[in-house]
Design a protein around this ligand. Sequence first.
Ligand SMILES: [Zn+2]
Length: 73
Amino acid sequence: MKKSYYIDYPQASFEGQPHRYRCLFCKEETTKINGRLEGHLPSCEYRLKLEQAGYELEDSEQHPALAGTDEFD
Ligand SMILES: [Zn+2]
């Protein structure tokens, strides 16, 4: 089971920056998450919930626009 974009997670704006949003659970910015489940932290409540529901990570596909921007540290 896989979705193209994971954007139905609760979001909250940065304090003092109403045009920037981040995941309410893991606090990752929406521009970093970029609709990807793996954009959330492994401990993110939303990510865990979808993983448990059977949704898969898009780890086998690299979005061209994101090449070189992934950080694994
Ligand atoms: Zn999250």
